[in-house]
Design a protein around this ligand. Structure first.
Ligand code: ZN
Length: 182
């Protein structure tokens, strides 16, 4: 197990497409463990492999039950994730990204998605998600395609700076829903 450095916007790898894996090996399982540990250390709720500099189609997502306790939610580790269905209904939400530190921005996304992929044993899985969970899946799968949330802002000025570690105090409009850091 180990914590990796998260690469930041400006690094060209964040703009590349990750490649799918033909099978899930023990090396991949080890790497997924490192992804999870890195996500926890950074208080993230999602992470894509490219954020550690590896252009592999892998995401990890976990919404903690208790915000103060990383690892308190249901963990999803998905190899070769793809979105196979989205709702027509969309909603606005505020997102942040460990690769775009110091900012949060407003993005409109489908409320519901169905994600397909493999679990860490290589077994096919299919997950139906709504709300914040659906949002995080979309954010992470975008990373696998070289897309960042800042590409999808509802308007160019719908982005705000936040001080590191003080996201909760960010003075964003009160009507905005909770932030996402992924
Ligand atoms: Zn991100």
């Amino acid at each position: 197990m180990g914590v990796w450095e998260v690469i930041k916007v400006g690094d060209p790898r964040l703009r590349q497409r990750s490649r799918s894996l033909p099978r899930v090996t023990s090396e991949i399982r080890q790497f997924v463990d490192d992804m999870v540990e890195t996500m926890y250390v950074n208080n993230g709720i999602g992470l894509a492999a490219v954020q550690l500099g590896e252009l592999l189609n892998i995401i990890v997502v976990e919404l903690p039950e208790d915000e103060e306790i990383p690892g308190s939610g249901k963990l999803y580790s998905i190899i070769n994730p793809e979105i196979v269905k989205v709702s027509h209904e969309t909603e606005m939400g505020v997102e942040g990204c460990l690769s775009v530190p110091g900012f949060i921005g407003e993005v409109e996304r489908p409320v519901m998605v169905v994600v397909r992929g493999l679990d860490t044993r290589g077994k096919p899985i299919r997950i139906r998600a709504r709300g914040l969970l659906a949002r995080v899946f979309q954010h992470e799968i975008d990373h696998c395609n070289g897309v960042l949330y800042i590409d999808k802002l509802t308007a160019p000025d719908r982005i705000w700076t936040v001080k590191e570690g003080e996201e909760e105090q960010a003075e964003v409009e009160q009507a905005l829903p909770a932030k996402t850091v992924a």
